[in-house]
Write a protein that binds this ligand. Structure first.
Ligand code: GLP
Length: 243
């Protein structure tokens, strides 16, 4: 793992944006895998700034998001569709046909998962996958489990994830209990992975991700086996690593 530590989230996201920009320059029609959550927001702001300044061209990219809540239509304020259009897509000039997210309201979820997986394959696979990380090591919405998940699938969210997401909804009952997510294997097949974490609350899970046993109980630990991972951390998130 290639570990980069900077002072704060802003500096981290400047490094992340530089890596995304390098990818765009290498391959203008690349496939980007994108996360939601609070972690990527400074990165998305930086990418929007670069696009507005004519320093990053997203006109030929294809994007695939990691996940979407089951039951939320794309117009819902808390859907990941809405999150992405509000925080990134509308600011970097991409067209709807360039972006992909699983549908949270598909009646046949198995078919929707298979469709999503096939669309990623048809696009040639993800070139650069950006990831955040949950406090329990979930990536996408792949929660700790008995086995690493494979393809895009429907998952039950754990009580701790429901609690963490509670802040975005009016009541706890409104927080979706299930999500569609790229599987661990789907994520692992990306050619390059960028995992971003900041804040003291992520220090322990970052230690487990980097130095702990590789086990499905800590889904992010599988990244130790990937040959092209950058871990971008602020000092607080890196605090439990002996660097
Ligand atoms: C959600 C998303 C993940 C994200 C995680 C962490 O669970 N599905 O992709 O990494 O939240 O969120 P945050 O970045 O707000 O800590």
């Amino acid at each position: 793992m290639h570990i980069i530590v900077r002072e704060n989230a802003q500096e981290i996201c400047e490094v992340a944006a530089a890596l995304v920009r390098a990818q765009l320059l290498r391959k203008p029609n690349c496939v980007l895998g994108l996360p939601t959550g609070s972690t990527p927001l400074p990165l998305y702001a930086e990418l929007a700034r670069l696009a507005a300044a004519g320093q990053a061209d997203f006109s030929q990219v294809t994007t695939f998001n990691l996940d979407e809540y089951v039951g939320l239509p794309r117009e819902h304020e808390q859907s990941y569709h809405n999150f992405m259009w509000t925080n990134l897509f509308s600011k970097i000039g991409v067209r709807p046909e360039q972006v992909n997210l699983p549908s949270g309201i598909a009646t046949d979820t198995a078919a929707e998962c298979a469709r999503y997986e096939a669309a990623i394959d048809a696009a040639g696979g993800v070139d650069l996958q950006v990831l955040g990380i949950g406090h329990n090591g979930h990536i996408g919405f792949n929660e700790p489990a008995e086995a690493f998940s494979e393809q895009t699938c429907m998952v039950e969210l754990t009580p701790s994830t429901i609690q963490a997401n509670r802040r975005f909804f009016e009541t706890e009952a409104d927080v979706p209990r299930r999500a569609l997510t790229m599987g661990i294997r789907t994520i692992f097949r990306a050619k390059e992975i960028l995992l971003i974490a900041y804040g003291a609350a992520k220090a322990d899970i970052i230690r487990q991700t980097v130095c702990g046993p590789i086990q499905p109980g800590v889904p992010s630990s599988v990244l130790q086996l990937h040959s092209n991972v950058h871990l971008l951390l602020d000092r607080e998130a890196a605090a439990a690593l002996s660097l």
